[in-house]
Design a binder for this molecule. Structure first.
Ligand code: COA
Length: 344
């Protein structure tokens, strides 16, 4: 049984908790008030940015319409205004990075009307870092799956499970990439689209019925998947290296890395990675060719064969041309006076 002394202690503790609660209550009220003010301010800033942008466009159109009839003095003033407007566009971009944005039709259709804007730089970095880690863990799982299917088991069910995991992975990755792009990532549209096409490919392979033609392609596909997992591991180390170095570059007062240092590291990483990537692209072309020849096989009755041949061909063209374009763009940005696009 509880003694009186213990009850008195409990009553004292309750009194102190009461005091603590009243501080918490006041703090929460303050927080709620500030949150309301913050929403009002956010809305006002978004409205003002849109208004300014609209008026700038109106002014630019008027300048253009009257460009033939303005005198020297006016031309000087117009040039000055246009230069100021260009600067302001950059300022607007920075402001917009810290304000909630409309999620767009696709994200709204998938997630419903909610905001996926990450307003703090640290949160954006964390989300990207988490995305890279997620891809890495999935790559390891896929490596294990394709290795098992290639060397240890030969069941259509186990293949189907693997295709299903791939389908889930690509769906998840496209969603995360859309959120990343919404938050200012410069991921090229093709890489996101490439993952959409990969979803379709995984779906087609999943429902491809077992038969002689499936068996003729199966081992080649598992070998390709195994190779792709290895390339994705290399890609992971390169992308994460870029991410951390870019973050260090963006930090004020960080003297550990310079733009030149970043570029040297990036080129070293890229020249190591590119042969593996190009080999992967030609492997995709080879897959398309094998599937194309299989589509003329006597036993081939499945539509999945020519369909996956076409998808592999599209993947080859898109991946190869986009990678070449990315490299050419980086070569163009090599001018030491103008830092690479990535560091902007
Ligand atoms: N998937 C997802 N995101 C990618 C990407 C890809 N394949 N390639 C680049 N990105 C992202 C970068 O992380 C960066 O994001 P950030 O703005 O959030 O920092 C942004 O896109 C811009 O990157 P960029 O400077 O264009 O390229 P990079 O130096 O990061 O990478 C390559 C260049 C060529 C190594 C990369 O694009 C790549 O690996 N491409 C090949 C992919 C492929 O073909 N896969 C199939 C292999 S068979």
């Amino acid at each position: 049984m509880m003694s009186n002394r213990q009850v008195t202690d409990c009553i004292d503790e309750w009194k102190s908790l009461e005091k603590e609660y009243s501080v918490l209550d006041a703090d929460f009220e303050k927080y709620r008030q500030q949150l309301d003010d913050l929403y009002v301010l956010q809305e006002r800033c978004v409205k003002m940015i849109n208004h300014q942008k609209k008026r700038y466009q109106h002014l630019l159109d008027t300048f253009k319409e009257n460009s033939g009839i303005i005198n020297g003095e006016e031309k000087k003033a117009v040039n000055e205004i246009e230069a100021q407007m260009n600067k302001r566009q950059n300022n607007f971009k920075q402001m917009e990075d810290n304000l909630p944005r409309d999620s767009g039709k696709l994200l709204t259709a998938i997630l419903g009307p909610m905001s996926v804007s990450l307003l703090k730089k640290q949160d954006r970095f964390k989300y990207k870092d988490e995305y890279e880690k997620f891809k890495f863990i999935c790559t390891i799982i896929m490596f294990v799956f394709s290795f098992t299917n290639l060397f240890l088991v030969e069941f259509r069910f186990s293949d189907a499970l693997y295709h299903f995991v791939l389908l889930w992975y690509y769906c998840t990755v496209t969603l995360r990439e859309t959120i990343l792009r919404h938050n200012g990532s410069r991921i090229k549209g093709w890489w996101v689209f490439h993952h959409y096409i990969s979803c379709v490919l995984s779906g087609v392979l999943l429902i491809w019925p077992d038969g002689p033609v499936y068996q003729l392609f199966r081992n080649q596909f598992m070998t390709f998947s195994l190779y792709l997992s290895l390339v994705q591991v290399l890609q992971y180390y390169y992308q994460r290296g870029c991410l951390y170095r870019l973050r260090a570059l963006g930090e004020k007062g960080n003297m550990d890395i310079t733009v030149e240092g970043f570029q040297t590291w990036m080129w070293r990483g890229l020249t190591f990675l590119l042969p593996f990537l190009f080999f992967g692209h030609f492997f995709q072309l080879y897959n398309a060719y094998t599937l194309y020849t299989l589509s003329y096989h006597d036993d081939c009755v499945e539509w999945q064969v020519p369909a996956s041949a076409l998808i592999f061909l599209a993947l080859f063209f898109g991946n190869f041309s986009t990678t070449v374009l990315v490299v050419l763009q980086k070569v163009r940005n090599l001018n030491p006076k103008k830092p690479a696009d990535k560091t902007n």
